[in-house]
Design a protein around this ligand. Sequence first.
Ligand SMILES: [Zn+2]
Ligand SMILES: [Zn+2]
Length: 363
Amino acid sequence: MAQNHYAVLGVSQNASPEEIKKAYRRLAREHHPDTNQRGGSSGDRFKEVTHAYEVLSDPAKRHRYDTFGDERAADGGFGDFGGLSDLFSSFFGGAGQGGAARGTGRGADLLAEVELTLEEASMGVEREVSISTLDGCTECGGSGSAPGTWPSPCSECEGTGQVQQVRRTIFGNVMTASTCRRCRGAGEVILDPCPRCAGKGRVAIDQSLTVSVPPGVEDGAQLRVSGRGEAGMRGGRKGDLYVAIRIAPHEIFRRAGEDLGCEVPIPMTVAALGGTVDIPTLDGHESVEVAPGTQSGEVVRLAAKGMPRLGGRARGELVAWLRVVTPTGLDDEQSELLGRFARLRDEPAGGRGLFGKIKEVFH
Ligand SMILES: [Zn+2]
Ligand SMILES: [Zn+2]
């Protein structure tokens, strides 16, 4: 099994990624079980070529292989074909020449995204979502075979989807079973592909559906809409649709779970004398009384004015930070009044006044 990957692909050790890809394309076509009907050894050869390409096309794996003579130094085992499935579909796309039937399987999940305002997230909302997907072909009922025709049992595996091999070892003969490479385990091949879906059993459509977003949903949450993903292969179960929720930043409120926070500026005079302050809420505002001598940074808490708890009736609280605003742009009369006020309070404006007083306090 320790074949030199470069030799397998017939390229030199300093071949460029392009040369490697080209060599792989040629050999894969030549040895692919779908196009090569000689059977037997071609499957092994294809596996070898694919494995060599898998290693040499991945810069990290190629480096490891060049250095240690084994790409498995850090990860990956033999036969991990995951990353190559896209490549297969571009090389062998379409079942034009009576290609092998695909294995039955659940359809892929889809992901859509909707953006909500904080108010919408608080109330709950219905949103229309449009997304491209794959639907079962109505012409062939998802089978991939032209109407009136049926898939034929795979000759390679006699319809079992599995090939058995007997290996001679020093311990005797060992029987191993592996997935049939011609039909990829389906046990049958489509000889007469459906013209509408080209034998795939699925067609691309744009679907739109209305999604109910529940009150209290969080930014980054994903709603699962069961059975609205892609149709499965050959009549397989549909995948799910996930709707990712984005909540746009709010100009007043910040959110922490069920609670909302905001900053509320109040005039210096109201802070000093006490009075009524309007606190904004998601659905209007609420008037609250603040005591004389209120300081910047004091908080007002409004119970049940936060966000609703997802799936419940309770709501979080709204926390308002009061910020005392120092008056600016004073006219002569206002300056005069504040000056008098300062003298009465023994807080002489300018110079070392207040600072001197603080020193006094500490001594
Ligand atoms: Zn069809
Ligand atoms: Zn087969």
